[in-house]
Design a protein around this ligand. Structure first.
Ligand SMILES: Nc1ncnc2c1ncn2[C@@H]1O[C@H](COP(=O)(O)OP(=O)(O)OP(=O)(O)O)[C@@H](O)[C@H]1O
Ligand SMILES: [Mg+2]
Length: 564
């Protein structure tokens, strides 16, 4: 099993993994980088052409007319806008396409992790991941990758241009500036920002989870008069969040100020070197002006990099969490292309299981179920009855022993085929915010209205649905949480009847149902039994009365007991 505490990935690893996710969109990113670099060079071109004009006026031999210089400056200005637009368009196209792809991947990952791993995951933190973490990655794809490439290309071009056209001393001064502002400063500030970025994202996710949990459990909070304590905790957590935000802002502004200071220092330095070169007779005034102006205008891309760490640390923290989920090992992997089955009988031999390698919940249990049998399972709360049913559905992977359908071990059975053959009504039924009919149809999308009504009659819920304002078309959302536990349970049962699988697992199917309705349900179960196997978990003796054979679970062992 995976350890709870894991090493955090380094920024470089996260960045590399996120870039790999680009896949076939990489060529658009390259286009965006080319457009961005050319766009910036055009922007510099406007001032540079002005400097060339001045150099020409100062007597420098420049083989272009003033008219052409002005015309080129205008062209540069117009192109700048167009190229910048194309760059931004490309970046955002990639970013939002990728976010859609990533969301899809996350849902895919959740589907495989479900249901075992998700039982223990905080729902709020998953919601935070699907919403805000993914949004944060937009910053990475739209505002990080291409600025870094653009800064590299533009800085190199300026270095070569100034070196060849003006002076290599000026070029080297500029290079030192690029390195300090584009590499040294971001490294220093990211070191400072990383811890608070990671902490902020972590706090943010846990705050979301806590808040959502509080809303879902508001009834129990009120019942236990725990509102004040819960509110204090929400306030405490939101204060921590606020403090982290302030921390990040403070550090970001400090880094921005330092960058501006460095830019000014390097501009002054370039100018000083230029003046020294001119007074020493090593450079003409005209070429000095061209070189210095080129350097002055070239810090934009490295300033953009310098501003990245503030966002980037958060992006990396989000990226790390998303990558974590994508790489999380599921407790069970679905069997694809396995053997298809047509359920006839179930045999369990020497089955043992524990959650995460802790104490065994079930050890060496044996049982069997034939078609036409109703098998009862009894045992104290927490003894492992629901766990046993989940193992029969391969929600968790068995540790030892055999669960054989028609003699074939469960690990060989195709997961889709298994779910077609085995249906479970769990202890709590989830109703989606759709109509009652849609909620039933999830079990069989192409069911006719007659089939749906028949299933509901068997589950003794048809008459109740008829009393609802729009009958089967009533929106569950409109009922709020007003459906009683028994009504929900019976809708869950109706789903199972509708699904008509040959093996039905019922986890306390009548625990919330009165004896009249229980009678109707049990009668329906009995009528179905010759075509199916039914495994029934229940505390109730009245429910167990319909069982043909009964197993009792105690201390991890399962033994067949005589009916009373
Ligand atoms: N996802 C899980 N991770 C870790 N432990 C779990 C998990 N689900 C259940 N358990 C533990 O396994 C044991 C058996 O739980 P199970 O739900 O199977 O009991 P049960 O017999 O169905 O109880 P009840 O009659 O109350 O429904 C319990 O001690 C429970 O705390
Ligand atoms: Mg249970």
């Amino acid at each position: 099993m995976k350890k709870d505490k894991k090493l955090r990935r380094s920024g470089a690893v996260i960045m590399a993994k996120l870039i790999l996710l680009l896949g076939s969109l990489a060529y658009i990113m390259i286009l965006a980088v080319i457009n961005g670099s050319l766009g910036f060079i055009c922007a510099m071109g406007v001032t540079l052409l002005g400097a060339i004009g001045i150099a020409k006026a100062l007597g420098e031999t420049i083989a272009v007319s003033y008219g052409l210089i002005i015309a080129l400056a205008v062209v540069c200005g117009v192109l700048r806008g167009l190229l910048r637009y194309l760059e931004q368009y490309g970046n955002h196209y990639i970013a939002f396409r990728l976010l859609a792809v990533l969301r899809d991947k996350i849902f895919g990952a959740l589907r495989i992790l479900c249901p075992a791993k998700l039982e223990s995951k905080q729902k709020g933190s998953i919601i935070a991941m699907i919403t805000s973490d993914i949004e944060t990655l937009e910053v990475f794809y739209a505002h990080t990758v291409s600025p870094v490439c653009i800064a590299f290309i533009v800085s190199l071009s300026v270095f070569l241009f100034v070196g060849f056209v003006s002076s290599w001393y000026l070029a080297l001064t500029a290079l030192a500036g690029f390195l300090v502002i584009g590499i040294v400063l971001p490294i220093i500030s990211s070191g400072r920002l990383k811890a608070s970025g990671v902490k902020y994202r972590g706090e943010f996710a846990s705050f979301n989870a806590y808040f959502l949990d509080s809303i879902k459990g508001i009834r129990d909070i009120v019942l236990n008069n725990a509102g004040k304590r819960r509110e204090d905790e929400v306030n405490r957590r939101s204060d921590i969040l606020l403090m982290e935000t302030k921390n990040i802002k403070k550090n970001t502004s400090r880094a921005a100020a330092l960058t501006e200071l460095c830019v000014s220092v390097f501009i002054l330095l370039t100018l000083t070197v230029g003046i020294i070169l001119v007074t020493g007779g090593m450079l003409s005034v005209g070429r000095m002006i061209i070189g210095v102006v080129a350097v002055f205008g070239s810090f934009g891309p490295v300033i953009a990099i310098s501003a990245l760490p503030g966002n980037l640390t958060q992006t990396f923290a989000s990226g790390d969490r998303v990558l974590d989920l994508l790489s999380e090992e599921p407790a069970v992997t679905p069997v694809i292309n396995g053997e298809k089955i047509d359920y006839k009988k179930l045999e369990v031999r020497d089955l043992s299981f524990s959650y995460y390698g802790r104490t065994e919940v079930l050890s060496d249990i044996c049982m069997h179920a034939e078609k036409g049998e109703i098998i009862g399972i009894i045992g104290e709360s927490g003894c492992g009855k629901s766990t046993f049913l989940k193992l029969l559905l391969r929600f968790w992977r068995k540790e030892k022993g055999e669960i054989a359908y028609n003699g074939l071990d469960i690990d060989m059975v195709d997961t889709d085929s298994l779910l077609d053959n085995v249906t479970m009504v769990s202890q709590s039924t989830y109703l989606f915010d759709e109509t009652i009919e849609d909620n039933l149809r999830i079990a069989k999308p192409d069911a006719s209205r007659q089939e749906i009504e028949d299933a509901c009659r068997m589950a003794s819920v048809h008459d109740f649905i008829k009393t609802l304002p729009d009958g089967y078309k009533t929106e569950v959302g409109a009922l709020g949480d007003n459906l009683s536990a028994g009504e929900k349970q019976r809708i869950g049962l109706a789903r199972a009847f509708l699904r008509a699988s040959p093996l039905i697992l019922l986890d306390e199917p009548t625990s919330n149902v009165d004896s009249i309705n229980e009678g109707i349900i049990l009668k329906a179960l009995k009528e179905q039994k010759n075509k199916k196997s039914i495994i029934l978990v229940s505390h109730r003796e009245s429910t167990m009365a319909i069982a043909d054979r009964i197993y009792k679970v105690k201390n991890g062992k399962m033994t067949e007991v005589n009916k009373v």
